[in-house]
Design a protein around this ligand. Structure first.
Ligand SMILES: Nc1ncnc2c1ncn2[C@@H]1O[C@H](COP(=O)(O)OP(=O)(O)O)[C@@H](O)[C@H]1O
Ligand SMILES: [Mg+2]
Length: 590
């Protein structure tokens, strides 16, 4: 329980940090809430002189003045409530806007490794469900809880002033109401957490199935998909039901207890009036306070449920925000084509060296003792069966992951010492999974170099052999690509990705099966374009079709994370080893 409370307070403190960014609004809002609560406490006390003195004495003038005063107090209460509600809407909107901004910005800085094992749904639910619960909590819970506390303390104080004995009777019932709240709170928190988790799972499932709809259809898995969805949906409904039930039982139970409290307290109060222990005006005021005393208990409990719902979401958001960003800084920086190191400057040429590099994603090592060099002007090819570790080598070079052992050097400088943005600015990359953005073809190519003009975009497309098909699209370079280029063929998407990768003319070009879906004739065209482009640059190319790497300066044959053979095409053929088997078709690349 202590731990749960601690996590609630941690979440509330986190949210208050955002709320207090709007300090002026928050202060005005708090003043309004306090004012509203004080009005509620002050008003009933005015009934006492009205009933005890003005009515029996027939003092019409005093009565009218008292009623006007009463009206004024109520009006002030209503006004301050209205202002505070308006302000809370603004504060909560700004709060959720800021959290969304921070969340998205943080996700951009996270290392690629922190996304492994997470679904899109996990992140989406932070931005949708979790943010919504936070909005509800900040919008209504914070001010209602504050007003509830002030009202409760004020009302109980007034009741004690009127009659401590009556208070004792009412206190028993209030204690009962408090226990009810505690019990239902602890149960519903558990279910709220489950509800949010299941919402995340449901979102993930929808995302996964819709993006994989073609696979689902072609394998005839529609029925299973619907079944899987229904099971997730059932789980969500059940836990939402349970959470709402525990929250929903509470209000009627509290209402019932409050009514019994009123009846018992009034009967006892009537006896006290007959005995002359208190006056009639006090009893009327007391009954007013009593009806008010139950309300904060109910309100606080209700609002507490909102806080609990928001706590689960806030914890998830806090977890993302607390993750370590990629280490971006480094002592070596790039300026005007030179590396600035402590000991002077080195020309940025794009020479790559791996020295005894090993790496594991988790427990098992997937790269062992990888060493090779790639000089400017050289084309180094990585071949080997699927899962051999080719993509991983490129991922280490771009520092998506850090090696577990050995060293990676760029122009003789350890990659880890180089400022991350400068390091990545040396690479033009065509990754294995092409990703195109919802924008025009032109802008998708320009993504590789925001400074490039339209002529440069066309030049890059020509080198990538994309120009031909692009000029035949109805709107040419201004054609819109939608949903990861879903309106193009896989090969066409790759050609655009290649144009994007080469447009900036970076010193090192990384191609990961960049032409796997392109026909051999176009592939040959691209090769020729590349050879022109890559003079004086370093190319690391992963190729599925061995015919495309025949002219490489060095071919590295990888198997199970090790370099098995290395050499030129002819050397490797002469050796009659693994490469020979692959090339002559004795062994198929899987
Ligand atoms: N993100 C990842 N998390 C865990 N293991 C991975 C990840 N990516 C790849 N692997 C594993 O690392 C090995 C090498 O993968 P990869 O470099 O992609 O192979 P290749 O590109 O040669 O087909 C494979 O066994 C694969 O299962
Ligand atoms: Mg790969």
């Amino acid at each position: 329980m202590k731990q749960k409370n601690a996590s609630v307070w941690k979440a509330v403190r986190f949210l208050l940090g955002y709320v207090l960014r709007n300090r002026a609004l928050a202060v005005i809002c708090t003043v309004c809430v306090v004012l509203n609560s004080l009005c509620g406490i002050a008003a009933p006390y005015l009934l006492r002189p009205i009933i005890n003195d003005y009515i029996p004495a027939g003092a019409a003038g005093k009565l009218v003045r008292a009623v006007i005063l009463l009206g004024g107090i109520y009006l002030l209460g209503v006004l301050s409530a209205w202002v505070s509600a308006r302000l809370m809407i603004r504060i909560s909107q700004k709060t959720t806007r800021d959290i969304r901004n921070d969340l998205f910005a943080r996700i951009q800085t996270l290392p690629v490794s922190s996304l492994d094992g997470k679904t899109h749904g996990d992140f989406m639910s932070c931005f949708t469900g979790d943010i919504e619960t936070i909005n509800d909590a900040v919008n209504t819970a914070l001010n209602n809880i504050l007003s509830g506390i002030i009202t409760f303390v004020g009302v109980v104080t007034m009741m004690l002033l009127i009659s401590p004995l009556l208070c004792l009777i009412s206190a028993c019932f209030l204690a009962a109401m408090y226990s009810l709240v505690r019990f239902s709170g602890s149960r519903s928190r558990f279910y709220f957490q489950r509800q949010q988790k299941q919402l995340g799972a449901l979102n993930g499932y929808i995302q996964e199935i819709i993006s994989g709809l073609k696979v689902v259809k072609v394998t005839g898995h529609e029925a299973q998909a619907v079944e899987g969805f229904q099971s997730h949906n059932r789980g969500l409904t059940e836990s939402a039901n349970a959470a709402q039930t525990f929250a929903g039982i509470l209000m009627p139970a509290l209402g019932g207890t409050a009514s019994i409290n009123t009846a018992v307290s009034l009967c006892a109060g009537a006896v006290f009036v007959i005995l002359g222990w208190i006056d009639l005006g006090s009893l009327v005021a007391y009954s007013q306070y009593l009806s008010q005393a139950g309300r904060p208990v109910a309100t606080i409990s209700n609002q507490w449920n909102l806080i609990l719902a928001a706590t689960a979401g806030t914890e998830r958001i806090m977890e993302v925000l607390s993750q370590e960003p990629e280490p971006v800084s480094g002592s070596v920086t790039l300026s005007e084509g030179s590396w600035r190191t402590d000991s002077g400057s080195v020309a940025c040429r794009g020479a790559v060296e791996f020295r005894n590099v090993s790496f594991s994603y988790g427990e098992t090592e997937v790269l062992h003792d990888i060493s090779f060099t790639a000089e400017p002007g050289q084309k180094i090819a990585l071949v080997g069966s699927t899962g051999a570790g080719k993509t991983t080598i490129l991922s280490l070079l771009t520092r998506f992951y850090e090696p577990c052992g050995g060293q990676i050097l760029l122009d003789g400088i350890p990659a880890g010492d180089i400022r991350l943005a400068d390091l990545r600015s040396c690479f033009g990359a065509v990754l294995q999974d092409t990703h195109l953005f919802t924008d025009t073809v032109r802008e998708n190519i320009r993504f590789g170099d925001p400074e490039a003009d339209d002529a440069a975009v066309v030049r890059a497309a020509e080198l990538a052999s994309a120009d031909f098909f692009l000029s035949h699209l109805p709107e040419g370079y201004d054609s819109m690509l939608s949903g990861d280029g879903g309106n193009l063929s896989a090969g066409q998407r790759q050609l655009i990705a290649i144009a994007r990768g080469i447009i900036a003319g970076r010193p090192v070009l990384l191609l990961d099966e960049a032409t796997a879906s392109v026909d051999t004739w176009t592939e040959h065209q691209i090769e020729q374009g590349m050879d022109r482009l890559m003079e004086g640059r370093t190319v690391l190319i992963i190729a599925h079709r061995l015919s495309t790497v025949r002219n490489a300066d060095c071919i590295l044959v990888l198997e199970q994370g090790r370099i098995l053979e290395r050499g030129t095409h002819q050397e490797l053929l002469d050796r009659k080893g693994r490469y020979y088997d692959l090339y002559t078709g004795a062994v198929e690349l899987s």
